[in-house]
Write a protein of this length. Structure first.
Lengths: 115, 112
């Protein structure tokens, strides 16, 4: 079946512009995660959605970052007034059930470059 | 925040050799996971460990959950060229949060 998809695969933007990154989780998965991966680094947790519960935003690095998950499915990560340090690969993962650490399926990521 | 120290950062080995990499933490984790990431792809889960002292194998891969719950290692036996990639350890503190803390990765290069 279809895996987690993300779009765009690459995004180049100018400093100060806003960007939106999209994640389509695997159908039926209730949990959705966003991570950020800087060049040569491990993944850094950003935000977690579980069903209709309030999202866990504890990993968002600043108030320029926000995310929504509409209808319990597609999620959009928005970065306002982008800075060069925002350049990274943004990875989305979904999981079929809550508290299920071994079934987080990752998408291919969106590579964001801020000039 | 919590950090996982993963070593080595990179390895360049001959095909057929065995490989070992490890992660350590100053904090206790309840779950340890090992992922592999190929270029342009998201990480793919290799092995999940849930109990201190647990030793689990997946083909040529073997991983252990340290008895102190503060470390884990991954071994790859008889490496082949397709083992090339970046390997990440990840830990989970509590199941309620379900947020993974990742190590910095080990870049593996295999010479045929």
């Amino acid at each position: 079946g279809a895996g987690v998809s993300q779009s765009p695969s690459n995004k180049v933007t100018e400093k100060g512009k806003d960007v939106e990154l999209r994640c389509d989780p695997i159908s039926g998965h209730t949990a959705l995660y966003w991570y950020r991966q800087s060049l040569g680094q491990g993944l850094e947790f950003l935000i977690y959605f579980q069903g209709n519960s309030a999202p866990d935003k504890s990993g968002l690095p600043s108030d320029r970052f926000s995310a929504e998950r509409t209808g319990g499915s597609v999620s959009t990560l928005t970065i306002q007034r982008t800075q060069q340090e925002d350049s990274a690969v943004y990875l989305c993962a979904s999981s079929p059930r809550p508290f299920s650490t071994d079934t987080q399926y990752f998408g291919p990521g969106t590579r964001l470059t801020v000039l | 925040g919590q950090q996982l120290n993963q070593s080595p950062q990179s390895m360049f080995i001959q095909e057929g050799e065995d490989v070992s990499m490890n992660c350590t933490s100053s904090s206790i984790f309840n779950t340890w996971l090992w992922y592999k990431q190929d270029p342009g792809e998201g990480p793919v889960l290799l092995i999940a460990l849930y109990k201190a002292g647990e030793l689990t194998s997946n083909g040529r891969l073997t991983a252990q959950f340290g008895i102190t719950r503060k470390d884990s290692f991954l071994n790859i036996s008889a490496s082949i060229p397709s083992d090339v990639g970046i390997y990440f350890c990840a830990g989970l503190v509590n199941n309620a949060g379900n947020m993974l803390t990742f190590g910095g990765g080990t870049r593996l290069m295999v010479k045929p």
